[in-house]
Ligand binder design. Structure first.
Ligand SMILES: [Zn+2]
Length: 112
């Protein structure tokens, strides 16, 4: 039996963390650019880094939301491909994992 409550708490805590970070990134990006040109190009690079961080955060928060949905409908912790339970050791590291280790590995080797 999978302890979904434990993972739900983990996922929600992580989601909160990501949201806080995304809000902070939005604020940074909204700051008015420095009028000095040299400063501005540095600022621009910073913005790109921030946007990348924001994108990563969005991707992760989408995965977390999907995992929370699966907790609700009872499919959490089962591999989407083969329906086998995902090992708790794997869920402890990646609570929003949707594939068991075998399927994830197969996917990786077919991608490379
Ligand atoms: Zn599988």
């Amino acid at each position: 039996m999978i302890d979904t409550e434990k993972y739900r708490q983990q996922l929600e805590a992580r989601l909160k963390e990501l949201e806080d970070r995304l809000i902070h990134i939005e604020e940074e990006l909204d700051e008015t650019p420095d009028p000095d040109f040299a400063e501005r190009s540095v600022q621009h690079e910073d913005d790109e880094v921030l946007e990348q961080l924001g994108n990563d955060g969005l991707v992760e928060s989408r995965k977390i939301n999907a995992a929370l949905e699966r907790i609700k409908d009872g499919s959490f912790g089962y591999c989407l491909k083969c329906d086998e339970p995902i090992l708790p050791e794997r869920l402890d590291i990646v609570p929003y994992a949707i594939l068991c280790r075998n399927c994830a590995r197969k996917l990786e080797s077919s991608n490379s």
